[in-house]
Design a protein around this ligand. Structure first.
Ligand code: NDP
Length: 289
């Protein structure tokens, strides 16, 4: 293996330490940052994610409200809960764990979260602000990816970045918005299931972000020698273990830097949520941290 590992756990710990320092600074000013996490139903993966978020809050000195609603919750009931939290001045961030049961329209729920409390960065207002380079909450996964890329010290000006995947929560924001921001100056290609010549495009990427949802999708021949490879994928294998979208063994023989799964993008995503929550608390109270 030639690639250096980008240690997501260590970077996440440093990021959470930043969030903890910000939370402490806010408390000195009489402000207790608070994140409300709503879980509808009993999706096993969602329960794990929510538990993790609540634990992270505790570690960062952020108050958390874990609100569990039954699988049979109606859209009206969920929207009423969001409206209640939106009006509560002691709640700074509202996160609704996705996916939602089928009787609830995810878009309507995301739209109902006020942009200033939308710490997931999914609301149309935050997405629009991100697209136009205005201050906003960046979605946690792509924001974590950016920190991981920056941690390598790789000069990104003028480089080719390729993102595989175009979902609203990962691929789209990771591509044109975060990577091609005014100070980033690289050329970004966002690929998807209809992209022709995917292998060739990937093999020309100095920075390759895989958010496909298919274990081992990125093979060694798709990686440019020395590239930074960020593996967003979380896929549960038949062996019960978590696997990334990148064939780690093959890709790490070629790449310059690579993230592992687990222990890569996952922990960074959670850490960025803590940062967004302290930022939300500061903004809503008109203080700088
Ligand atoms: P989605 O299923 O919403 O999107 C997958 C994307 O991959 C789509 O845009 C799809 O293209 C594209 N795709 C699928 N097959 C191919 C193919 N053969 N060639 C090229 N592109 C393809 O997934 P998410 O974005 O939500 O998640 C992606 C992965 O990241 C999952 O494994 C998920 O678990 C993980 N994840 C990890 C997080 C973390 O914190 N580490 C957070 C969020 C997600 P098309 O649009 O054309 O269908």
């Amino acid at each position: 293996m030639s690639a250096q590992i980008i240690d997501g756990k260590a970077l996440a710990a440093a990021t959470k330490a930043e969030a903890a320092a910000e939370a402490a600074a806010l408390k000195v000013q009489g402000i207790e940052p608070c994140l409300a996490v709503i879980l509808v139903g009993k999706n096993p993966a969602s329960q794990v994610y929510v538990r993790g978020k609540v634990k992270d809050c505790g570690e960062c000195g952020i108050k958390s409200l874990e609100l569990r609603m039954p699988e049979t919750t109606t859209q009206e009931e969920l929207l009423a809960k969001i409206a209640e939290l939106a009006a509560d001045k002691t709640v700074n961030g509202i996160l609704v764990q996705l996916p939602l049961p089928k009787q609830i329209d995810e878009r309507a729920v995301i739209d109902a979260i006020p942009p200033e409390k939308d710490v997931d960065g999914f609301s149309p207002v935050n997405v629009g602000r991100m697209q136009t380079g205005q201050p906003c909450f960046l979605p946690c996964t792509p924001a974590g990816c950016i920190r991981m890329i920056e941690s390598t010290g790789t000069k990104i000006d003028g480089k080719n970045a390729v993102v595989i995947g175009r979902s609203n929560i990962v691929g789209k924001p990771a591509g044109p918005c975060c990577l091609a921001g005014p100070k980033k100056c690289q050329t970004v290609t966002v690929c998807h299931s209809h992209t022709a010549n995917l292998k060739e495009i990937c093999a020309n990427a100095d920075i390759l972000v895989a958010a496909v949802g298919r274990a081992g999708f990125v093979t060694g021949d798709m990686v440019k020698p020395g590239a930074v490879v960020i593996d967003v994928g979380i896929n549960r294998g038949a062996d019960g273990k978590l696997h990334g979208d990148v064939n780690f063994e093959e890709a790490s023989a070629v790449a310059g830097y690579i993230t592992p799964v687990p222990g890569g993008v996952g922990p960074m995503t959670r850490a960025m949520l803590m940062k967004n929550t302290t930022q939300a608390a500061a903004m809503q109270n008109g203080v700088a941290i």
